[in-house]
Design a protein around this ligand. Structure first.
Ligand SMILES: Cc1ncc(COP(=O)(O)O)c(C=O)c1O
Length: 394
């Protein structure tokens, strides 16, 4: 293993770079999580998360990775044998479906080709067929991290409304929160699942459920066993700024700082920055002569771009070279995309020159791996970034 100098380029689509400000905030003596000082921190982060989810409803914080928040969303609202409708956008949808099955739910899984978001028309068709309202929840992944395709959540909401179907709408925003526009209340989402380690610029270890009144009503009669994930106990303790068990105290210091940073930049500017970096990345991919995995331009992800390898070339070889030679981590192809794509993360604490450096590493890595490309990708991205800068965009 060679010795590297300078900063590692962590270009996976999460965990993302943790800003120095957030690292400094975490680096503090641990405090008594049942003492008066903690309550102020608890209140501040619980309130400060709401604008990030664009909700006036409670946001629950778990000391868990995103998978925990997936489970919490299901076990708090559903009963054994309940039917849920899910859509195969990619590997994360597959994993959430597997979890639902393990918990004893009946999953109606609409197949997808891993190149686009969930199809509102297909969901509407299933809901129309379900006259008895057996389906209790529709669960979609907003930004499918394995493919770089976004689901148009407002259109899924309209599909529910047009059919008059009462199912809950649950959305996984683990790789879209604080990166891609998301408006829980305006879009009529009942449960939002989030995580700390991507757009929120924190280390892994916190995850979230934002829950509206309809979801809370469902929780009253839901019968799946739940203990650690129980919303009711959590919300009761949160009233006073506390948690029913030991919270991840130092990560909450980091969360407070990250929320300040997002507020200083302004969420709309955060979204515009992510849009600019994703557009620059796509221009690079096209100029290299490679294919973007997401097949629907209206559904391109602003958090990451998955790049398809030409036949006979291994994406993991490109990743290996980028790591060994340039100290850059790129995202691997997940599930059935292993070896076929690599993913460039461009979310979180990130700027134009970090993106430029990353794309240089990708272009050199591709060339060293013998992938036939035009060496024009970096230039295309730089031209776009420079023109956006001259127009004052983002
Ligand atoms: C969209 C999405 N959902 C769920 C998860 C699972 O979260 P975790 O790995 O934090 O448990 C991830 C992780 O990357 C994700 O990207």
């Amino acid at each position: 293993m060679s010795v590297h100098t300078g900063r590692h380029f962590l270009q996976i689509p999460g965990p993302t770079h943790v800003p120095d400000r957030v690292l400094r905030a975490i680096d503090r003596p641990t405090l008594d999580h049942r003492g008066p000082e903690f309550a102020a921190l608890g209140h501040e982060v619980l309130a400060g998360l709401k604008p990030v989810f664009q909700t006036r409803h409670p946001v629950i914080i778990y000391p868990a990775s995103g998978t925990g928040a997936w489970e919490a969303a299901l076990v708090n609202t559903l009963s054994p044998g309940d039917r849920v409708l899910m859509y195969e956008t990619g590997q994360f949808a597959v994993l959430w479906r597997r979890m639902a099955g393990r918990l004893g739910l009946e999953v109606d899984f609409i197949p997808g080709d891993w190149r686009r978001g969930a199809d509102p028309a297909a969901i509407e068709a299933r809901l129309t067929q379900d006259r008895a309202h057996a389906i209790k929840a529709v669960c979609v992944v907003h930004n499918e991290t394995s493919t770089g395709a976004v689901t148009r959540v407002p259109e899924i909401r309209r599909a529910l409304d047009r059919t008059g179907h009462p199912a809950l709408l649950m959305v996984d925003t683990i790789s879209s929160l604080a990166s891609i526009a998301y408006r829980m209340d305006e879009w009529g989402v009942d449960v939002t699942v989030g995580g700390s380690q991507k757009g929120l610029m924190l280390p892994p270890g916190l995850s979230f459920n934002a829950v509206n009144d309809k979801a809370l009503r469902a929780a009253k009669s839901a019968r799946l066993p739940r203990s650690y994930w129980n919303w009711e106990e959590m919300l009761a303790a949160n009233e006073a700024g506390f948690f029913p068990y030991t919270p991840a105290t130092n990560l909450l210091y980091g969360l407070r700082e990250a929320l300040h940073m997002l507020q200083e930049e302004g969420l709309e500017n955060v979204f515009a920055r992510h849009a600019r970096h994703s557009e620059a990345t796509r221009r690079a991919v096209r100029a290299w002569g490679l294919e973007i995995l997401c097949a629907e331009p209206a559904e391109y992800s602003n958090s990451l771009t998955a790049v398809v390898m030409p036949e006979g070339h291994d994406a993991d070889r490109v990743r290996e070279i980028a790591l060994e030679r340039f100290d850059m981590s790129l995202g691997t192809g997940l599930g059935k995309l292993q070896g076929k794509v690599f993913r460039v993360g461009h979310l979180g604490h990130f700027n134009d020159l970090m993106l430029a450096g990353s794309l240089c590493g990708v272009e050199m890595g591709l060339a060293l791996a013998g992938v036939p490309i035009r060496k024009a990708g970096v230039q295309a991205a730089l031209d776009f970034l420079a023109s956006a800068a001259s127009q004052g965009k983002g």
